[in-house]
Design a protein around this ligand. Structure first.
Ligand code: ADP
Ligand code: ZN
Ligand code: ZN
Length: 802
């Protein structure tokens, strides 16, 4: 008897282990590790991942597996191991980690079908199963051992495939091709035998005699102006045959990618790429930090390194932050490697994502370019992993499992003996510190490939503007420079260093700020429907006309949402046309790209937006970049706020004058002397690094220590505090003497969705057993979490401290 060890789909800490199930005989030959199964769990039927198969179980009275969900493993051996590692490192559940590795469409809720790909005769059993149909429901396999085995074999032989039916069927997934069923001379014979009145049939035959390749059914019909019946009668005579070819929902179908050739590298580039190429050739694991200013040719280095990897018949994973995964970026990879590139992007539909994933799974592509989760691409022969803009916070997942893609990349690269390349103009402090220590190899690119200087940066003190009587959010310098550009018909990018929707209502008489009744946070004013909304829960209310506290009618909006900036801008410079990009204008699929295209085609003078416009964009005609509020991030309770400010300012400055035209940057700030603002305006990363490291050392923050943040949340405030204290006490018993526990203190946002939030911050240097101890604590509180609605969130190396 054989036993499957299964990680079951119950997201609770008490069941974070494998359960044993008997493999019924009908599945014995087909079940493999990495497949998903349906199993009984208590009174329920649930799904799970088979992580091991053995002959023994320490338990008796085992239940049987009910059904299998996959006929080919969806997780490779490596991914099974990796999932375990990620779960342990991030203190997450195995089940959530495995699920995070797969595309949404693979979730059991979706209907599956078996699609026949060929007209040639299948095994008898399969012919019976299909019974003349091209597509059958997966459920028709109905636990029949032979059916499963036959279908499994047919999948391997490429005769059928399993399609996961996703609701939005935007494009068809396979097309019908017609091709000769016999050799040409036999077609010629048939042609001569045909009755002269069968003119259409003769026409088709003569077409195939001169063009014996397969042609799409509809195209054939149109080209020869014939009916389906004509083709059918030739198929019935076994002269032609029908084949189905898989076509993928191709999100980039409308784009044409011109083939690009590799550039001859500059001296700096050649020096930087040398050791990377060596590591690829020698199959050595090594982490390279490629520190290069914007426009210094990092991407060309990635492309040429990947080329080496492809020559070795190996695969490449390229991670790009979600917001810079623009068509411009995709074009650079597809331009060089054509169809060999899959793109994994969150803006794709579930069906498109699944198709891209399947192309990787089937080894039809060797390169994947994608956002964070593409790090789990099911490649089995990885030759390089590249992370562009490696400092980006979006590489950290802010939900279970809270992994950092960089850590996963390094782990996978070790598994595959291959290099990792981390690229950035402003590396994360942690990464640069590792490079300084020699843990990573540092390669630097100091100049732009076009030898252009970085644009001149003007720092404007907004306090002085106020003194001079300018109450608008635009300094006189900025307005003047905008007008200059308008006269010269050049373009302008304006960045609002905020989330774009932080307009809140404040009473001018009593200072009352309208807050969410369920969360401790000000409500945000939405102009389109004149309502106040909470961005942490679903609460909203009508905008009051009088102050709820003092009845005054002097309620005003504060903060600067992009909408308000746009209004103020068009009031100040009525003849300028503006494209606004923020969460509101880019919600609809494709709108992000459309707005950028419009701007690129010079349909507007000014592109105004939030962080999402800061990265990856490259517009020839932009000669002025303005940052409206450089310091709004500096006031956040986050030890990375200076670093994030420096990174954003540097990045956005790089947007100006990337081509022939000389660029300029204006940074408006209330703290012009702050070192992040000063050093960013001088493009001085090294001084910033030293200064910031000194700060981190004196306040004991990463990279000098590691951090774990534990957040405790519950509706009852006293219970929340008590639980937090109890956890602190438990931890205290276990930690080393140089480990520090801060708290419990209320979280910066002290209440969300009616739950009070308290946090504990652990700072440590070396605590090999801390994670497993925290795991025990969570298990200890499992009952309270399930029955009493207690929330315990553990974030290892957190990026969000709110
Ligand atoms: P980064 O990724 O560092 O911002 P890119 O790779 O985008 O830099 O390069 C900036 C520009 O320089 C691009 O237009 C690119 O085509 C060009 N470029 C890169 N390498 C070379 C080279 N060796 N010779 C000429 N042009 C290059
Ligand atoms: Zn709320
Ligand atoms: Zn009031």
């Amino acid at each position: 008897m054989r036993i499957a060890k299964v990680i079951v789909d119950v997201p609770a800490s008490q069941v974070n282990q494998t359960f044993d199930y008997i493999i019924p005989e009908r599945f014995e030959a087909i079940l493999k590790r990495g497949m998903r199964v349906v199993i009984p769990f208590g009174p329920r039927k649930i799904s799970g991942f088979v992580v091991a198969i053995s002959h023994h179980s320490a338990f008796n009275q085992l239940k049987e597996i009910i059904d299998i969900l996959d006929l080919t493993p969806v997780l490779t051996e490596e991914l099974l191991q990796l999932g375990k590692w990620v779960a342990n490192e991030t203190i997450s559940l195995y089940i959530t980690t495995y699920q995070a590795m797969l595309p949404q469409a693979l979730k059991t809720a979706y209907k599956k079908e078996i699609v026949r790909l060929t007209d040639s005769r299948l095994a008898d059993d399969l012919e019976q199963l299909f019974a003349g149909r091209d597509v059958i429901d997966y459920r028709e396999l109905a636990n029949d051992r032979d059916h499963y085995r036959n279908v499994q074999k047919a999948i391997q032989d490429g005769e059928v495939y399993i399609n996961y039916v996703v609701k939005s069927r935007t494009t068809k997934k396979y097309k019908t091709m017609i091709k000769p069923a016999k050799e040409i001379h036999l077609l010629e014979e048939a042609f001569n035998d045909l009755n002269d009145r069968a003119t259409k049939q003769k026409e088709v035959l003569s077409f195939f005699i001169s063009h014996p390749a397969a042609i799409e059914h509809n195209q054939l019909k149109n080209q020869l102006n014939i009916s389906t019946a004509v083709i059918k009668s030739l198929i019935d005579k076994s002269l032609l045959t029908k084949v189905k070819i898989e076509t993928y929902r191709n999100p980039y179908a409308d784009h044409r990618f011109e083939k690009t050739e590799k550039l001859s590298l500059t001296e700096e580039q050649a020096t930087a790429i040398g050791p990377i190429k060596e590591a690829i050739a020698e199959e050595a694991h090594e982490v390279f930090l490629l520190h290069g200013v914007t426009g210094s040719g990092k991407t060309e280095i990635y492309l040429q390194a990947i080329e080496d990897v492809l020559h070795k018949k190996k695969e490449a994973i390229v991670l790009v932050p979600e917001i810079s995964l623009t068509p411009q970026m995709v074009k650079r990879f597809k331009g060089r490697f054509g169809k060999n590139v899959a793109v994994m992007h969150s803006a794709l539909s579930a069906g498109e994502k699944y198709d891209e994933w399947r192309r990787i799974h089937q080894k039809e592509v060797q390169v994947v370019v994608g956002a964070r989760s593409a790090i789990f691409a099911p490649f089995e022969n990885i030759g390089i992993i590249i992370i562009d803009e490696e400092h980006e916070a979006s590489y950290k997942q802010e939900d279970h499992p809270r992994y950092h893609a960089r850590d996963v990349a390094i782990k996978r690269a070790k598994n595959h003996n291959c290099p990792v390349v981390l690229g950035s103009a402003t590396p994360a402090l942690e990464s640069y510190a590792r490079a300084q220590k020699g843990v990573y190899k540092l390669a630097s690119l100091t100049e732009r490939t076009n030898k252009q200087a970085m644009p001149q940066v003007d720092v404007i003190d907004m306090r002085q503007e106020l003194h001079a009587g300018n109450r608008t959010m635009f300094s006189r310098t900025l307005v003047e420079k905008i007008n200059e550009r308008l006269n010269r018909r050049e373009q302008i990018v304006l960045l609002l260093n905020r989330r774009g929707y932080s307009t809140f209502a404040l009473c001018r008489d009593c200072g009352h700020v309208q807050e969410c009744p369920h969360c401790d946070i000000a409500l945000t004013y939405h102009k389109d429907n004149h309502r106040l909304k909470c961005h942490y829960c679903a609460y909203e209310e009508a905008m009051p006309s009088n102050c709820p506290s003092c009845e005054s009618n002097l309620i005003r909006f504060f903060g600067t949402g992009t909408q308000r900036v746009e209004e103020a801008l068009t009031e100040l410079i009525p003849h300028a046309s503006v494209i606004r990009m923020d969460v509101d204008t880019t919600r609809r699929k494709g709108s992000h790209e459309r707005l950028l295209n419009d701007f690129s085609n010079q349909k507007a003078d000014i592109l105004l937006g939030t962080q999402m416009i800061a990265k990856g964009l490259d517009f020839e005609n932009v000669t002025l970049v303005g940052v409206l509020t450089a310091d709004s991030m500096l006031n956040l309770p986050d030890f990375r706020s200076s670093e994030k400010t420096f990174q954003l300012l540097t990045q956005v400055s790089g947007r100006a004058g990337r081509h022939e035209l000389i660029g300029e940057v204006v940074i408006q700030t209330y703290t012009p002397d702050h070192y992040s603002v000063q050093l960013a305006s001088q493009y001085d990363y090294n001084t910033f690094y030293l200064k910031e490291m000194a700060m981190r050392r004196s306040f004991q923050y990463p990279p000098y220590v590691f951090i774990i943040l534990i957040t405790i949340a519950h509706e009852n405030k006293i219970y929340t505090v008590q639980t937090a204290q109890a956890i602190a006490k438990l931890l205290m018993k276990h930690i080393r003497s140089d480990t520090v526990i801060l708290g419990p203190t209320p979280s910066p946002i002290a209440r969300i969705k009616d739950k009070y939030r308290y946090q504990l911050m652990l700072k440590y240097k070396n605590e090999p057993s801390l994670k497993s101890y925290i795991k025990k604590i969570i298990e200890h509180y499992g009952e309270d979490m399930r029955k009493n609605d207690l929330q315990l969130t553990v974030d290892v190396q957190p990026y969000q401290l709110m």
